[in-house]
Ligand binder design. Structure first.
Ligand SMILES: Cc1cc2nc3c(=O)[nH]c(=O)nc-3n(C[C@H](O)[C@H](O)[C@H](O)COP(=O)(O)O)c2cc1C
Length: 474
């Protein structure tokens, strides 16, 4: 566990010396950043809540998890910070379907001479440590919580919903304060992720505490044995602000966007892979360049979603490729041992750029508009990437792209005026044709236009383009 990475993942800055105050602050930060979510169960990915696996998934891949994962990670982090922390096993109420032992994992922390119940894996739940032996009442999201005796042997977390007229204290889960190990939850985890009776296999859920409430995405799954009506299988977004909940049904496309933007979750299979991005910048404006700012924004967002990925930024004004010359074609086609010095240089420069593009999964091309065209450095890069027999070939059916197979390209247009969608925008269709010819499978464009039309217009255009790039990075 790299504890600094964990603290950065939960956005915690400050003292980490074990104390009740620090424990409460860490719990809040965790709840505000790492969602409770069971999406992997519905993606057929087996849960693994070993120490290494939860660190990789929740910290490195910036995902959330179920109780075994969220509390597993919080346990490991608290231990690394020097807290006395143990796992405890709980039984949830009300029972849904078949019961298993230890169906809920929570934490017991001893700090400043007292034992506290701590939980960051229970969806909507208490937000600060609750002392075991005390009349203390914790209030979170308009629900009161306290720990009291459940039966002769067990304690329970009780909750009382202040939103409802029914002000009874109801048991949320019962537990003993005896420490258990991670392995003691294996059977329960197997059950919750496989049994058709488990609420986790029947409902998809993602829920996160926010500064003024909570956001929850849920989808009840229909199954043959289920009498759930079709409309209940819709994806529903519930937003609670100042204890007022509103719900809306959303589309799958909106869900993907919400998961990325509001919950910071990326589910693409590629998020696990060692993907790579190549950015080609070409502005002459250096630090004042709008396209450089946007590609930098993309890289920052992309790195957040692809912590193991590799990003290469090449500024073509600093590290250019030569313009086409009479020697270029001879240089590219001559056998290596027959090239002149200049031909070798021209071939090396072109090959180097092509190799960089071949090695990436996503190519990001900054395309500032200069005099209704693109900077000459970008044009030179285009010319050096288009090589018959190497990056595309002619067939009887027309040109066949070889360079872009399995890759996507994102062209980031920055312009003083506004041309997108008008006949004056010759650049967008040109890049479409060019990258199609090279075989790129996904060609995306992002435009920031009207950058010379006043500060407000420019700021709005840059903001919208940055938001679009964040989505493309996810
Ligand atoms: C030399 C030059 C030529 C330009 N020509 C155009 C143009 O033809 N049409 C336009 O809308 N904006 C034009 N602009 C404005 C740029 O498109 C705008 O400044 C944009 O931000 C450039 O991207 P960059 O900041 O990344 O360099 C030009 C800017 C420069 C420096």
């Amino acid at each position: 566990m790299n504890i600094d990475r964990f603290l950065s993942r939960i956005g915690y800055i400050g003292n980490t010396e074990p104390s009740l105050e620090v424990l409460a602050a860490l719990q809040q930060s965790f709840l505000l950043t790492i969602p409770f979510e069971n999406l992997d169960i519905h993606r057929g990915i087996k849960l693994d809540f070993s120490e290494a696996a939860v660190y990789e998934k929740l910290v490195m891949q910036r995902r959330g998890g179920v109780c075994y994962e969220n509390n597993g990670l919080f346990h490991d982090a608290l231990k690394a910070l020097g807290f006395e922390v143990e796992f405890i096993a709980a039984v949830m109420f009300p029972k849904v379907g078949v019961t298993v032992r230890n169906d809920h994992m929570a934490l017991l922390v001893r700090v400043e001479g007292k034992q506290y119940l701590v939980d960051v894996g229970n969806g909507k739940a208490f937000g600060d440590p609750v002392p075991l032996k005390s009349d203390h009442i914790s209030l979170s999201e308009n629900v009161s919580y306290r720990v009291a005796a459940f039966d002769e042997k067990r304690l329970a977390l009780f909750s009382r919903d202040l939103n409802s007229d029914d002000s009874e204290w109801l048991p949320r889960y019962a537990f003993t304060a005896d420490p258990v190990s991670r392995e003691d939850f294996l059977e329960a985890c197997e059950y919750i992720e496989t049994s058709p009776d488990s609420v986790f296999t029947r409902s998809r859920i993602v829920s996160l505490l926010t500064s003024d409430g909570r956001i929850t995405l849920s989808q009840r799954m229909t199954s043959e044995s289920d009498e759930v009506k079709q409309d209940q299988s819709e994806i529903v977004l519930t937003t609670t602000v100042a204890d007022q909940a509103t719900t809306e049904v959303i589309t799958q496309e909106e869900e993907r966007e919400l998961l990325a933007v509001q919950f910071g979750l990326v589910l693409s299979e590629k998020a696990n892979a060692n993907e790579s991005v190549l950015v080609l910048n070409s502005s002459i404006l250096g630090k004042n360049s709008s396209s450089n700012k946007l590609t930098e924004h993309y890289i920052r967002a992309w790195q957040k979603f692809h912590p193991h990925g590799k990003a290469i930024v090449r500024d073509l004004t600093v590290n250019p490729v030569p313009s086409l010359k009479p020697e270029s074609f001879a240089a590219w086609s001559a056998p290596a041992d027959e090239r002149s010095g200049e031909q070798q240089y021209l071939a090396d420069k072109s090959n180097e750029l092509i190799d960089q593009v071949k090695a990436c999964d996503t190519l990001v091309v900054a395309a500032p508009m200069y005099n209704f065209s693109v900077p000459v450095e970008l044009k030179n890069a285009q010319d050096n990437m288009a090589r018959v027999g190497i990056t595309f070939r002619y067939t009887e059916q027309g040109p066949e792209g070889l360079l872009g197979k399995g890759k996507q390209v994102i062209v980031v247009h920055t312009r003083g005026g506004q041309f997108q969608g008008t006949p004056e925008d010759g650049i967008t269709p040109m890049f479409d044709s060019y990258f199609r010819m090279l075989g790129f499978e996904h060609i995306k464009h992002v435009w920031a236009e009207g950058l010379s039309l006043g500060e407000e217009t420019a700021a709005a255009a840059m903001g919208a383009a940055a938001a679009e790039l964040t989505l493309l990075a996810a």
